[in-house]
Design a protein around this ligand. Structure first.
Ligand SMILES: [Zn+2]
Ligand SMILES: [Zn+2]
Length: 252
């Protein structure tokens, strides 16, 4: 299995996961043109996608989903809450995720995981092949015991590191937005990320890609500084950015 970020941040998120026979996209916060050109960078076309999974209705995850899905007739998996929250006419492309039940796409087993975030029914995904397991965990205000239990066995992880507390509090955002980001239903800060790695056994993680990094309230250096306090191996770390595709990260 391999995965790549097509871009990550408050202006658009999208992740692609691929095995020999199956290729899925998680979220699409980019225009159709951008999505196609970013896929091309990974040697993929819209036709190659077997499904698009949606985490929640915020536009940085959702805005590009339907243009891509409609053009290439790709099924779109989403929760009932997300379906209600988006303004989109009925279409036979929607596949409802119910009761957080596991489902299968090709040779991938997908587990939806509910997360604490200020959207209608937000989830993230753990994607398993026969041999390895990849998790996406962004857009959450705090890490729950349940999440630690679910994500502790991932071989690859795309994890949110949205803000540095000091940069956020002294930064340019209005107070209401600062409070939202820092709340239990907002985004994950560097301190929380460090705490997460002190709690889980991260020995089996082969690639750790930090994502949803705020351009105003965080930096890769600040993230590195925070995780210094943990025993995480810095050689496995990469940083996803808004305007760059990460390139494939292979898990075996
Ligand atoms: Zn987001
Ligand atoms: Zn969000």
């Amino acid at each position: 299995m391999k995965f790549a970020s097509l871009g990550s941040g408050s202006n658009g998120n999208s992740t692609v996961v691929k095995t020999e026979s199956t290729c899925i996209m998680i979220d699409c916060g980019f225009s159709l043109k951008q999505s196609i050109s970013r896929l091309k960078y990974l040697d993929l076309k819209g036709d190659d996608l077997d499904a698009i999974l949606v985490t929640h209705e915020h536009s940085d995850h959702w805005i590009g989903v339907m243009p891509l899905a409609v053009k290439y007739r790709i099924p779109v998996f989403l929760t009932v809450g997300s379906r209600r929250a988006i303004k989109y006419d009925s279409t036979n492309l929607f596949r409802m995720i119910e009761n957080y039940d596991k489902f299968t796409i090709g040779d991938l087993s997908i587990s939806p995981v509910p997360i604490p975030h200020d959207a209608a029914e937000p989830i993230q995904f753990i994607v398993k092949s026969k041999t390895v397991c990849f998790g996406v965990l962004t857009d959450l205000g705090h890490v729950t015991k349940y999440l630690i239990e679910r994500y502790k066995l991932c071989d690859g992880l795309l994890l949110e590191a949205n803000y540095d507390k000091n940069m956020l509090s002294s930064g340019p955002y209005p107070l209401s937005l600062k409070r939202r980001i820092d709340s239990k239903w907002g985004h994950l800060g560097n301190d929380q990320v460090a705490e997460f790695f002190n709690t889980i056994n991260h020995q089996r993680i082969q690639h750790l890609l930090f994502g949803h990094i705020s351009e105003k309230n965080n930096s890769p250096d600040k993230i590195k500084e925070s995780i210094k306090k943990t025993s995480i191996d810095t050689n496995i770390i990469q940083f996803a950015c808004q305007d760059k595709i990460s390139g494939w990260l292979h898990l075996h």
